[in-house]
Design a protein around this ligand. Structure first.
Ligand code: AMP
Length: 444
């Protein structure tokens, strides 16, 4: 189905066609009509599914009728966990609305508030914000919410993980009760459900009585089929030499390399450079301007190897990324899924490689149980491992499956087999269609 059939006006369709989008993704197909109908939405969808356009496009459609805003007022508020994601979403809004006369901007911490306050004076149709800076600006009376029509919580699980639960509730308290609420989250953790239910409590006194629509896009059916996942068991002290070896021998064109600690990120960049591999790092100690410059270089291909801490890399959209490396295995399965979702987007193929040391065994079991399959292992002859990582356990039952050999099918096949075994729908098929949350009145 083309975008025009979804009820979007010509300026929007023309903008997205000029970006090369020909058909809506499953989340867009399901969410756009619901949002256009003015309903509240709770969507489980991760980065890489096209979720941003799924909420931005119908907002642009709803705002197509021009309206004069009073000063310091906003019509839509999109809350994101990180400044990088805020910038990314604001860029998407600007791209999708380029043929409309709507104003948009991002506000986030780590930079001077004054220019942000100046731009807010005239009022802004669509504001993308991180929670802390938004509250700060509201306290300074740089903006008011009385004309707000739509609230979007993007990557709600990340916001909760990053400790924004309290801030989000403070923001909600300031918003008009009569508004549309859209929540997007890669996972529906207990905390996210608490957040949604908390809103419901706030609004049971309000006039809204309609239930939110729920949509779930299966992470496995959206990203995994295009991603070759494999792991190398390693000894901790050989990781940087192994990485350099892989970059050189496998002639990697590009890699986003995840690492846990910021000082380790800087050290790894130095180690790679010693071996003649030019790399750079983004982490919390780098200034915002510096992070943006490094990311821009990586996006254009000027920088081929980017080392990023998990926190700094959250929510980054790096277009057609061919490879991610878990130099350190993440602690949470959700983070693993989120990280590998940076590659293999929108039908392109990608590769996700994890370095797994003996100390990571527990995390590996948790990740593989969540994926419901054993990730293919590869041996690199030049790097024999001294501390062997045991065969993984799936769902607490020791599997008899041996580590796969180099000729064994990759985990892409494992996913397909898994799809069959669990009667999952085929790739790119939503796991379930829209449904109304019946047990509770969410949001209102
Ligand atoms: P998101 O899930 O919003 O992070 O989007 C992931 C990527 O998919 C972004 O790079 C978008 O530009 C791209 N994208 C979004 N919608 C479509 C579409 N309908 N067709 C092709 N690419 C898309």
């Amino acid at each position: 189905m083309p975008f025009s059939k979804l009820g979007l006006c010509h300026p929007i369709v023309s903008a997205i066609e000029s970006l090369g989008y020909t058909t809506p993704t499953p989340i867009q197909l399901q969410a756009i009509p619901v949002i256009l109908a003015g309903k509240d939405l709770i969507a489980t969808a991760q980065t890489g599914t096209g979720k941003t356009a799924a909420f931005v496009l119908p907002i642009l459609e709803a705002f197509n009728q021009e309206r004069t805003l009073r000063g310091k007022r906003i019509r839509a508020l999109i809350l994101t966990p990180t400044r990088e994601l805020a910038i990314q979403v604001a860029d998407d809004v600007a791209n999708y609305s380029k043929h409309q006369s709507l104003s948009s901007m991002a506000v986030y911490g780590g930079v001077d508030t004054e220019p942000q306050k100046q731009r807010l004076i005239e009022g802004i149709d669509i504001l993308v914000a991180t929670p802390g800076r938004l509250l700060d600006l509201a306290h300074q009376r740089a903006l008011y919410f009385d004309e707000l029509e739509v609230l979007v919580l993007d990557e709600a699980d990340r916001m909760v993980d990053m400790g924004f639960y309290g801030d989000i509730n403070k923001i909600i308290d300031r918003l008009p009760a009569s508004r549309q609420n859209l929540l997007f989250s890669a996972t529906m953790s207990d905390e996210v459900i608490d957040l949604v239910d908390g809103f419901a409590e706030d609004f049971t006194q309000g006039s809204k009585a309609h239930a939110a629509v729920e949509i779930t896009i299966s992470p496995q059916s959206t990203s995994a089929p295009n991603i070759d996942q494999w792991l190398i068991t390693v000894d901790k002290d050989t990781k940087s030499a192994l990485l350099s070896h892989l970059i050189n021998t496998q002639k990697w064109d590009q890699a986003l390399i995840f690492i846990e600690k910021k000082h380790a990120a800087a050290k790894l960049v130095a180690q790679l450079e010693k071996r003649g591999i030019q790399a750079n790092a983004i982490h919390g100690d780098k200034s915002q301007a510096m992070r943006e410059k490094i990311l821009a270089d990586f996006k254009t291909g000027k920088l081929k190897y980017l080392v990023a801490t998990g926190v700094a890399a959250r929510g980054l959209d790096i277009g057609d990324l061919s490879r991610v490396v878990n130099y350190d295995l993440p602690f949470k399965p959700e983070d693993y899924i989120h990280r590998i979702g940076r590659t293999g987007r929108a039908g392109a193929s990608g590769e996700a490689i994890s370095f797994v040391a003996l100390g990571d065994f527990k995390n590996l079991c948790a990740i593989e149980s969540r994926l419901n399959h054993v990730i293919e292992r590869k041996d690199i002859a030049e790097f024999p491992v001294r501390k062997v990582v045991p065969v993984s356990i799936l769902n607490h039952v020791r599997t008899s499956k041996p580590p796969q050999s180099k000729s064994a099918p990759r985990s892409k096949a494992a996913f397909n087999a898994n799809d069959k075994a669990t009667k999952k729908p085929p790739s790119n098929t939503p796991e379930k269609g829209p449904e109304t949350r019946k047990n509770k009145h969410i949001w209102g």
